[in-house]
Ligand binder design. Structure first.
Ligand SMILES: CC(C)(COP(=O)(O)OP(=O)(O)OC[C@H]1O[C@@H](n2cnc3c(N)ncnc32)[C@H](O)[C@@H]1OP(=O)(O)O)[C@@H](O)C(=O)NCCC(=O)NCCS
Length: 203
């Protein structure tokens, strides 16, 4: 799912590193997950504000089905604010509040122009804006990578928009590299952010 516009690159100085507990998402988390994803990936300004409840409802329903069915090679994680023990706590979040999420699934449908077989795919990585730059996404991605290894994969994949500088910096730093596009961009996508397909070898 594409994020809304480029995320500003911020300095990380002086921020706490720890504070989130990563656990499997449950049905009880659905409302908070849908709020977080809708807020992170859908603009609320102007006319989009009117559509926001529909985007949120769609996200809620999709997630509800995935979490309820919970196929064998599917995981959704929730990052929860830890206990308020300064300086390790996430200052802005109340303990047990949802601060981040990510999904991992084994896919067999190929991205355009790529033919790599079955692969583990990361989606819907999002961290609450006031809890960013504290290592939450890193923790969530570590959970994905460990699980992909447990499933027997040696590689892991995801998409990112080329103008999402924060996410690209995160992935770059964690060893994700772009797979060059085999097919040219679609004619109707010119001028819009391109989806980059990233890969990491799991050592
Ligand atoms: C991208 C996103 C998930 C990062 O979450 P986060 O919890 O802030 O990331 P982390 O704190 O784990 O960052 C780890 C490292 O990634 C890099 N990084 C993350 N955000 C960055 C930013 N805004 N600017 C520069 N580097 C950044 C840094 O190297 C950072 O380490 P540092 O803080 O020690 O410098 C978050 O900004 C987000 O939810 N964005 C909106 C949704 C989105 O774009 N999701 C990704 C879709 S592909």
């Amino acid at each position: 799912m594409p994020p809304v516009g480029p995320t500003p690159v911020q300095p990380a100085a002086g921020r706490a590193r720890v504070g989130a507990i990563v656990r499997a998402a449950e049905s009880a988390d659905l409302d908070a997950l849908a709020d977080l994803l809708a807020n992170c990936f859908h603009d609320r300004s102007g006319w989009f504000g009117w559509l926001h409840p529909f985007f949120r409802m769609g996200i809620y329903e999709d997630l509800r089905i995935r979490i309820r069915r919970s196929p064998q090679e599917y995981r959704c994680w929730a990052a929860i604010a830890g206990p308020p023990l300064p300086p390790t706590a996430i200052a802005a979040a109340v303990p047990n509040e949802l601060v981040g999420t990510v999904e991992l699934s084994a896919r067999s449908s190929m991205p355009l122009g790529w033919n790599g077989g079955r692969y583990p795919y990361i989606a819907n990585l999002a961290v609450r804006p006031d809890c960013r730059r504290r290592g939450v996404a890193k923790q969530l991605l570590a959970a994905c990578e460990t699980t992909a290894r447990d499933w027997g994969f040696q590689d892991i994949y995801l998409h990112v928009l080329d103008d999402n500088h924060a996410a690209r910096r995160l992935y770059e730093r964690l060893g994700y590299r772009c797979i060059p596009a085999i097919a040219p961009p679609l004619p109707w996508s010119f001028g819009r952010p391109q989806r980059l397909f990233l890969h990491k070898r799991l050592a």
